[in-house]
Design a protein around this ligand. Structure first.
Ligand SMILES: [Fe+2]
Length: 269
């Protein structure tokens, strides 16, 4: 099975890139399933019902969240009706689920959303939470396990990879919005510390430059905004899983608004 994972989609520029390119990419690479992170999809903060409908109609199959999952209140009523999850290690009574299981070619495929510690909201220990969840999934004979680890610290993401690479199909880092160049397949696990944002590539982590710069110069706050116009990018990892849930092929595809696409193959350890 061939899947794709799109990292943080930041605002309308991301939605526009997904709208413009995803159906062609699905067709060109014969993708069976597309996962994407929704937490910044509606003007940088959260996800509205309207934007969710829109993104699913462009060829995304399910979406993961993070620390901004609950920024738009629409989502409180959406988990039952839409293929959406939020980090599994939110406190027990938090709305929504942290794992989504779908069926592809007769195999159960689990997508698990997890959130890190450093600079994040107060959540349960992500490392204990994911070990317990993998145990639960394996008890159901689920071998295809894909994790979106939404975390700020590169070290936390490296630790998770070292802990789990023989256990899961893929670990994709999200949240920093800056893509890292360490895409690798090791022990059948596809890993990258951060996939990188989709949206404006010439702002500051997808946002207009003005407020972040003035915040650094003055320590005054301000509301981050999505630029009206920008150079944009759509970034995704495309990966193949075998019948045992092992990753056998992976590459990163970067599609730009104004130049030719770039493909980077994963290192194979
Ligand atoms: Fe985030």
């Amino acid at each position: 099975m061939k899947l794709a994972f799109i990292g943080d989609m930041v605002g309308k520029p991301a939605r526009d890139m997904v709208k413009k390119h995803l159906k062609t990419i699905r067709n060109d690479y014969k993708l069976d399933y597309v996962i994407a992170n929704y937490e910044n999809a509606s003007h940088g903060f959260g996800l509205t019902r309207k934007n969710c409908d829109e993104l699913l109609s462009y060829g995304i199959d399910m979406m993961t969240g993070g620390n901004h999952s609950f920024d738009k209140k629409d989502i409180l009523d959406m988990f039952d009706d839409y293929p959406l999850i939020r980090p599994i290690n939110y406190p027990q009574d938090t709305v929504g689920e942290g794992t989504y299981v779908t069926s592809l070619f007769g195999k159960d495929v689990a997508i698990v959303n997890l959130m890190g510690y450093y600079t994040m909201p107060m959540v349960d220990n992500p490392f204990i939470a994911i070990v317990n969840e993998i145990k639960r999934l394996k008890a159901q004979n689920i071998k295809h396990i894909i994790i979106d680890f939404h975390a700020e610290a590169t070290s936390e993401k490296n630790i998770l990879f070292a802990m789990l690479k023989s256990e899961v199909s893929a670990i994709f880092g999200t949240h920093t919005h800056i893509g890292t160049d360490d895409l690798v397949i090791d022990e059948g696990c596809c890993y990258v510390t951060d996939v990188g944002l989709s949206g404006c590539r010439d702002g500051i982590i997808g946002m207009d430059k003005k407020v972040p710069i003035s915040k650094m110069l003055t320590s005054m706050g301000g509301h981050f905004d999505i630029p009206k116009e920008c150079k944009s990018i759509l970034q995704m990892i495309i990966f193949d899983l075998d019948d045992d849930g092992k990753c056998i092929n992976a590459f990163k595809l970067k599609t730009y608004s104004d130049r030719v696409k770039v493909i980077t193959e994963a290192l194979r350890e």
